[in-house]
Write a protein that binds this ligand. Structure first.
Ligand code: URA
Length: 323
């Protein structure tokens, strides 16, 4: 068959062979890597050799098989010296072979492998701070980036369990079509917080304090309470209603207090005179019990456990005040 013009004008075109996708584009999960290497050129199949075996381990850990996915790369031909494809090359190939098919088939999730593939489908290329978060490509398709599984071989900072947790997230979104990326929480009033805390049996809490030379002289600047869907933010100078609400939440035995390193916040609140009766549920401790070897920062936990956009990268706030 005579090659079509967009390919013949590409500098990468068919230097050694063309590696075409496996699976069918009707699959609801697309997995898109970077570029073919020597193993892929010898088989003309994406993700062959050692990198392919690593990919299979990640798929298996999420109870997925190659037959469940449409598997390809952002370029179909091997770049010279196995360098990453240039943006021009990857745009060229993706514009021709991938974007129109995404439009046509609307996969539920595109799982991108590596920084180059992330850049093709989002506005950034910061793979370590983007992986595990959920990006919306359009109204039907979500993008979940992860690092290139092949990088596990040579980059000691990349732990296979992190890559596997990203595959698990893609699989969860795939299997549950009702699961949507978390939206920005709605602002609510004091009475609603107390009612919901009693109904739900827990409330999440976070405080911000000003540093002082002595720990016990810390001053409280902000207290945030709520859940992933609804929040109340109170800041100094605190009103009587603020203090009464914080007091009621902390002193009700049937309301558990949940938070990141919550023990610290509670010690500060107790030093200010609040009585605490509810169970403390610390997200850092729970995470540590599962993955003691992985980072413990909140941004990292968000990328593992939540279906959310990377909030540090989000620009515009959609907070809605319904007080
Ligand atoms: N093999 C591929 O096909 N793509 C990659 O990105 C890495 C290995």
């Amino acid at each position: 068959m005579k090659p079509r013009e967009p390919c013949t004008s590409c500098p990468l075109y068919d230097r050694e062979g063309i590696v075409v996708p496996t699976g069918v584009p009707e699959s609801k999960l697309w997995v898109i890597g970077e570029a073919p290497g020597p193993s892929e050129i010898s088989t003309l199949r994406p993700w062959s050799g050692g990198a392919g075996r690593m990919l299979d381990r990640c798929l298996e850990s999420a109870d997925l098989r190659r037959s469940d996915i449409y598997l390809t790369n952002i370029v179909r031909c091997r770049p010279p010296g196995d360098r990453p494809p240039s943006t021009k090359e990857s745009n060229h190939c993706t514009d021709y072979f991938i974007r129109p098919l995404i439009e046509l088939h609307s996969p539920r999730v595109v799982l991108t492998l590596g920084a180059q593939a992330l850049k093709e489908f989002t506005t950034n290329d910061k793979i370590m701070s983007s992986r595990g978060y959920v990006f919306r490509l359009n109204s039907k398709t979500l993008v979940v980036p992860t690092v290139n599984p092949a990088a596990v071989f040579h980059n000691k900072r990349i732990n296979i369990s992190v890559v596997q947790s990203d595959f698990a997230k893609a699989a969860r979104l795939l299997r549950d079509p009702t699961l949507e990326p978390l939206d920005y929480p709605i602002l609510i009033g004091h009475e609603t917080v107390l009612r919901l805390a009693l109904e739900r049996g827990y409330v999440c809490l976070d405080i911000e304090t000003s540093e002082h030379p002595s720990f016990w002289d810390r001053t409280l600047d902000v207290v945030g309470v709520g859940w992933s869907d609804k929040v109340l933010v109170m800041s100094a100078p605190f009103t009587r209603a603020d203090i009464e609400l914080i007091g009621s939440l902390l002193s009700t035995p049937t309301i558990a207090i949940r938070g990141q390193n919550i023990s610290f916040d509670i010690v500060v609140l107790m030093s200010l005179g609040f009585k605490v009766s509810g169970e403390l549920q610390d997200t850092i401790q729970l995470h540590h019990a599962i993955y003691s070897e992985l980072p413990h920062k909140l941004e990292f936990l968000g990328s593992i456990y939540l279906n959310c956009e990377p909030w540090k990268q989000m620009r515009k706030s959609k907070l809605e005040d319904v007080k």
